[in-house]
Design a protein around this ligand. Structure first.
Ligand SMILES: *[C@@H]1O[C@H](CO)[C@@H](O)[C@H](O)[C@H]1NC(C)=O
Ligand SMILES: *[C@@H]1O[C@H](CO)[C@@H](O)[C@H](O)[C@H]1NC(C)=O
Length: 206
């Protein structure tokens, strides 16, 4: 009997570790497929969203700047068009190796033009790339030894308060935040672009 209880507990631990350790696939635990798109209105004028709203590029510096709307950020930021509320989703995006980025999820009320995007207490859960490695934006900018993945996997379990990041190419867990969500969330991308014009893809949902 004792052994049985122990086994059950151990199995639960294994399930939990599996959940955190591997990107959950289609056949796995995800109840909703996330068809993610970017909100082109939110993109800073130096950024350009593709016509299918899946990819983010640097805007052409020679064309006249887009007229900002009340949704447009003052910083090099773009957010998803979809709200994520009370759901479990996994999605994958290609990410640039060339410029640093900050990617993750934020609450609806997070004021990106005013608050730093590195503090979970402000309602934002992100990781960043710097000098070829991943940094955890846990308020202390914790460096890691993880190299920047070509494809980043992001998993949200709203009810459990879990946001996890994966290297979806080598199927490696990068970081998990555990918190309590009370608001709608949006995917958040900050990709500062410089004065040198390139037409490389910055991020792209696959
Ligand atoms: C892209 O987003 C814009 C603005 O939200 C929307 O009007 C348009 O229909 C979207 N296009 C696609 C292909 O989803
Ligand atoms: C932007 O303006 C539109 C109508 O002009 C309004 O419906 C929307 O809520 C506004 N968005 C923000 C973020 O203020």
């Amino acid at each position: 009997m004792f052994i049985r209880i122990f086994r059950v507990c151990r199995d639960n631990v294994v399930v939990l570790l599996t959940l955190i350790a591997f990107p959950p696939g289609k056949e796995g635990i995800v109840s909703e497929e996330a068809d993610m798109t970017l909100n082109p209105q939110s993109a800073h004028y130096l950024l350009k969203v593709s016509s299918d709203n899946k990819s983010l590029y640097q805007a052409s510096l020679s064309s006249p700047p887009r007229v900002p709307t009340n949704e447009t950020y003052l910083l090099c930021i773009c957010v998803s068009s979809k709200n994520l509320l009370d759901t479990r989703v996994y999605f994958v995006l290609k990410v640039t190796q060339r410029v640093p980025w900050t990617l993750g999820l934020r609450t609806e009320s997070f004021n990106a033009d005013r608050s730093p995007d590195t503090d979970p207490d402000a309602g934002i859960w992100t990781i960043a790339s710097a000098e070829g490695k991943i940094i955890i934006n846990d308020g202390k900018a914790t460096p890691t030894l993880h190299v920047i993945p070509a494809m980043l996997g992001l998993y949200l379990d709203y009810a459990r308060g879990q946001v996890s990041f994966y290297d979806s190419v080598v199927k490696r867990h990068l970081h998990t935040y555990i918190t309590t969500f009370k608001e709608k969330l949006r995917f958040y991308a900050a990709v500062p672009v410089g004065q040198e014009e390139t037409h490389d893809m910055l991020i792209s949902f696959v």
